[in-house]
Design a protein around this ligand. Structure first.
Ligand SMILES: Cc1ncc(COP(=O)(O)O)c(C=O)c1O
Length: 419
């Protein structure tokens, strides 16, 4: 069902393009105006088209409009055009800048927060969202308090402190536990609002719990910006491959692109220990570590940060629009082991000069496998959400990997991902 038509300014700040979006109320319609392309792009790109006009308006003005580039080694190996959107080039270092900006601006519009009166942004996050929130909070006149699992790479919480946020690290536990980091963040926001009520002697400053997992403004941020950028940059797209943390990126991009690119296939890239792949492939949220009783970590038993889950969030649920059969909009899911994510990170560094984080490595393994399965000639897009610099003490720490019985060697060939 087609809802409201938005004139979404996709590259708002940089003035690159404006795409009218068919924005659903969120049942999504749309139209297909582009035919399937099979032409391989030339391997050398034209010079970068730098935007002209007004300078970007502060740090928020630099968010989005990230370039797409070819993953050369994977493209050569598969005969597909395997492209990556360089989200690690956002000013806060990850794709999470997009939702941080969108959610703060929506909260301002709804009157939930006001700048420069002491309002505080609260979030439970494994790191990247917190870093983006802390940066934008500073830029816009807010405080920021982040609650995170205590086994997340130390450099992320250190960075948060440098960005002016206060940080609480909690032992990982189930979401039903009142001490789960997301639930603690919600509680802290309520406490903050309460303490600052005028009747309690405060100035009315509020605590705003961002709630990236359940807040569907997250989905909207990707539907209205990330997805139109991909559509504009790669109109010949055949396949999109991406992991799911909150599900915002995958659902936003899928629901924007599928009505416009009818032949498009979308695959979930899922780390070991996550139940999402089984939900997509078989309709059941289940991870084999539950079956074996071998889970070592709540919630998701993986060294990979930012993706994988064992519950259905509201953002991920956009991939299951109401239908009699409860069908999923995705065409399948690829589970990737921690070992293969380590191998891919080393491969990309050695062969492409690319220093990626763990979720990006998972995306690339899944893109490689999908490309091989579909055969040469397809245009496949994935996302590099953050760089290896956010993963120095885990994915890029050989001692840590050894402690998890993981090999940090560099594969000799991409054949290794098929053995
Ligand atoms: C590094 C990284 N990659 C990917 C994702 C997944 O994005 P989404 O939350 O939109 O599913 C996240 C989410 O936290 C992340 O931190």
């Amino acid at each position: 069902m087609v809802g409201v038509i938005l004139a979404a300014t996709v590259a708002a700040a940089l003035g690159l393009l404006t795409i009218p979006l068919v924005y659903p109320s969120l049942g999504l319609g749309g139209h297909s105006s582009r035919s399937r392309g099979r032409r391989r792009r030339p391997s050398s790109s034209p010079p970068l088209q730098l935007p002209t006009g007004e300078p970007a308006d502060g740090i928020p003005g630099l968010i989005g409009n990230t370039p797409v580039f070819r993953l050369k080694s994977i493209s050569e190996y598969t005969g597909c055009d395997v492209l990556a959107k360089a989200e690690f080039l956002n000013p806060g270092g990850s794709s999470k800048d997009r939702i941080a900006l969108y959610l703060i601006e929506r909260a301002e519009k709804e009157g939930l927060i006001k700048p420069h009166i002491g309002c505080c942004i609260f979030e439970g996050t494994s790191g990247s969202t917190g870093i983006s929130l802390a940066m934008i909070a500073r830029a816009k006149g807010y405080k920021c308090h982040i609650v995170m699992p205590d086994d997340i790479a130390r450099e992320k919480s250190d960075l948060l402190v440098k960005l002016g946020a206060t940080v609480e690290r909690m032992p990982p536990c189930s979401i039903v536990d009142a001490n789960h980091f997301v639930r603690v963040a919600r509680r802290r926001a309520d406490e903050y609002t309460e303490a600052n009520r005028p009747e309690n002697g405060g100035n009315g400053a509020t605590g705003y719990f961002v709630d990236q997992f359940e807040n569907t403004w997250n989905f909207e941020a990707h539907f209205t910006r990330t997805a139109p950028e991909i559509y504009h940059q790669v109109p010949e797209i055949d396949v999109f491959v991406h992991g799911s943390g909150t599900g915002g990126t995958l659902a936003g991009v899928t629901r924007f692109l599928k009505p416009r690119v009818p032949h498009l296939k979308v695959y979930l890239a899922d780390p070991q220990g996550s139940g999402l792949a089984n939900k997509v492939n078989y309709g059941v949220m289940f991870s084999s570590t539950e079956k074996e009783g071998t889970r070592r970590r709540h919630q998701v038993d993986t060294i990979v940060e930012g993706i994988g889950l064992n519950r259905l969030t509201r953002n991920f649920a956009y991939l299951f629009p109401p239908s009699p059969a409860g069908e999923c909009l995705l065409d399948g899911a690829v589970t990737v082991t921690d070992q293969d994510s380590v191998y891919m990170s080393r491969w990309l560094m050695a062969n492409d000069g690319l220093f990626v984080g763990s979720s990006s490595a998972i995306n690339c393994v899944a893109a490689l496998r999908v490309a091989k399965r579909l055969g040469p000639g397809h245009t496949i897009v994935t996302v590099l959400a953050d760089s290896g610099q956010r993963h120095i003490t885990k994915l890029w720490n050989d001692d840590f990997l050894r402690s998890r019985s993981l090999d940090s060697g560099t594969p000799q060939s991409l054949d290794q991902f098929f053995s």
